[in-house]
Design a protein around this ligand. Structure first.
Ligand code: NAP
Length: 298
């Protein structure tokens, strides 16, 4: 983990909409730097660092949480109509604040299928799935929001508690072989660390509004699963050919196999100088495994 000077973040207050997997992880990293970070949830939580927000109900965040807020990050996916849950309910509120930075977690699904080719932020967006079309609609709403917005396009997110290990241990993994199919990935620690790194670079003239955060090594899902079984010391089941597996997959799971992309991180890592914590899945999985062992899950 890059060591940031605690005082560069002094007196900043973050509101993170969507305290799910990434939102919580990012909030914790920000708190480790000495800043306040509140996260939203649709249900009341016991801790004092969370507040309730549900765009589909009339439950809006209490007014006082916005006092002194300098940074806002949304980790909430689009609603079913393609509206952004945060903007649809809180746009005016956010505009009334003196915000230094607003971040939005998007997906690399907006690029559509590149048939295995590399894709950069400069390439045209061609969303294939309806959910990716809705995502693009949300990105555009944020870009038009008159807020100091920075958008992060993310591939498959994994990390402690959400990796192939959990799927293997819960026995709900499908080992599927589809030749020449690759997926890009990112460890959640790199999402958090890259975002903090970029916030600290805000005054730099080289500000970029849309940035991919992906690791260096897109690869097949089966390679990752095989490595995970090896690390666990277990025998991987015989792979199922994709054509046979189709019948076993849910429509949403199947839709992920319709896209074949290598997501480039050149802008983030070369042009903007961010150094990945986990350059590839092997490094990321090793760190997930250490946490599983620490918690004595295996
Ligand atoms: N998972 C991936 O592999 C992946 C890949 C690329 C991009 N993304 C995107 O990156 C973002 C973060 O991903 P994640 O996997 O960390 O998300 P996650 O764990 O699924 O968390 C989503 C958060 O959004 C909140 N939420 C959902 N609908 C809401 C609504 N209508 N009103 C208020 N809050 C709502 C959830 O509230 P509760 O806490 O109450 O459930 C949760 O806190 C999401 O936009 C996701 O689509 C994910």
């Amino acid at each position: 983990m890059v060591k940031f000077a605690r005082n560069s973040f002094k007196e900043k207050k973050f509101i993170i909409f969507g305290g799910g997997f990434s939102g919580q992880f990012i909030a914790n990293e920000i708190r480790n730097l000495g800043c306040e970070a509140l996260t939203s949830s649709r249900q009341i939580q016991k801790n004092t660092t969370s507040f309730v927000f549900d765009s589909l109900s009339s439950v809006l965040p209490p007014e006082n949480i916005f006092d002194g807020t300098t940074h806002v990050l949304s980790c909430i996916p689009p609603d079913k109509s393609g509206k952004d849950p945060v903007l649809s309910r809180l746009h005016n509120k956010l505009k009334s604040l003196d915000l230094e930075w607003v971040g939005y977690l998007s997906t690399t699904g907006v690029y559509g299928n590149t048939f295995g080719e590399w894709v950069t932020e400069k390439d045209p967006v061609k969303p294939l799935q309806d959910r990716s079309k809705r995502r693009l609609q949300c990105e555009r709403s944020w870009l038009d929001s008159n807020l100091p917005i920075q958008i992060f396009r993310l591939p498959g997110i994994y990390g402690p508690g959400r990796s192939t290990f959990e799927s293997i241990l819960k026995k709900n993994i499908k080992v599927i072989h589809k030749p020449n199919q690759v997926f890009s990935r990112i460890h959640v620690a790199d999402i958090a660390n890259a975002i903090i790194y970029l916030i600290l670079k805000i005054n730099n003239q080289n500000f970029k509004q849309i940035i991919n955060i992906a690791d260096n090594y897109p690869t097949s899902q089966i390679e990752v699963i095989e490595h995970s079984y090896k690390l666990l010391g277990l025998k991987m089941p015989k792979p199922i050919n994709f054509d046979d597996a189709k019948k076993l997959l849910s429509p949403i799971a199947l839709s992920f196999w319709e896209e074949n992309r290598r997501v480039s991180n050149t802008l983030l890592c070369k042009d903007l100088g961010y150094e990945l914590i986990h350059k590839n899945y092997k490094s990321g999985l090793q760190s997930c495994l250490e946490i599983i062992k620490e918690k004595k899950i295996i």
